[in-house]
Design a binder for this molecule. Structure first.
Ligand code: NGS
Length: 258
């Protein structure tokens, strides 16, 4: 993140706000997974990134304080996976780091954006970034899809009481988030389908993440459950915070299904 005072010394003239569209974007990126990429090379090629994956543009004043640090939230132990609860933890822990963060991008770890015009910032409405994924033939699988990568301002996130904590195992939690957004009078915004393209790093079916048989009934009840289940009711125990040069790794115990 960026406190304006930290990138501006008394002798320099005040920085101008950053341009709405950053200069130097290249558009479509070549993303392939056949050649291995080392963390050292990522570091070498991004010399301005500071400890914890934090970045501040050196020559302008950022318009938003995106959680401009990278946080990897890792579920401790071998109990059933809970994606949305981990995303809630990410929100809380990023804010503990810097209470000025006002925008949060939530990304699955296996999704790589293929176009740098898909700007990771917050918008007037909650944003769904992953509109065209390779596994769906670069199309939106259904109109209400909100999975993969999304972004909410702090106030948008708090308005929906964050994400649900009670979806254990695979499926439905992203649909619940979509419902929360609609039920609170907001509308999902999206990039152009030609720009919001992603490749997924292929992996085996995850262990401890079986389809949740309760997901279909749960997404029918968002209106009732969102008031009590969300960031307001989040409970977890920190196991480890490890600061790496390019990201912060947070391991957390989040319990198990009742
Ligand atoms: C829907 C799931 C979503 C999921 C989406 C895409 O059916 O959570 O498929 O899944 N909703 C329910 O199960 C209620 S995918 O093709 O990526 O495996 O994100």
């Amino acid at each position: 993140s960026t406190k304006p005072s930290t990138n501006q010394s008394a002798t320099e003239k005040p920085l101008q706000p950053c341009q709405e569209t950053p200069p130097g974007l290249v558009g479509r990126l070549l993303i392939e997974f056949s050649s291995p990429m080392s963390m050292e090379r990522v570091q070498r090629e991004n010399p301005d990134v500071r400890q914890g994956g934090k970045y501040t543009p050196p020559d302008c004043l950022p318009r938003q304080k995106v959680a401009y640090g990278i946080y990897i939230i890792n579920q401790f132990g071998e109990d059933t996976f809970n994606r949305a609860k981990l995303l809630n933890v990410g929100f809380m822990e990023a804010l503990k780091d810097d209470e000025e963060y006002d925008c949060f991008i939530f990304s699955d770890v296996d999704l790589i954006p293929m176009d740098d015009r898909n700007l990771y910032r917050c918008y007037e409405q909650p944003r769904h970034f992953a509109v065209g994924m390779d596994k769906f033939g670069f199309r939106l699988p259904y109109a209400g899809y909100f999975g993969g990568v999304s972004g909410l301002s702090k106030s948008q996130f708090l308005k929906i009481n964050g994400f649900p904590n009670e979806y254990w195992g695979w499926g439905g939690e992203d649909d619940d988030i979509f419902n929360r957004i609609s039920l609170n009078g907001m509308k999902v915004s999206r990039p152009d389908i030609r720009i919001g393209r992603y490749r997924m790093i292929k992996h085996e079916r995850d262990k401890h993440n079986e389809p949740n048989p309760q997901r279909f009934t749960k997404i029918q009840n968002t209106k009732m459950t969102m008031k009590r289940d969300g960031i307001s009711s989040l409970q977890y125990r920190l196991v480890e915070i490890s600061r790496q040069p390019m990201y912060t790794n947070i391991t957390v115990e989040i319990g198990r299904p009742p």
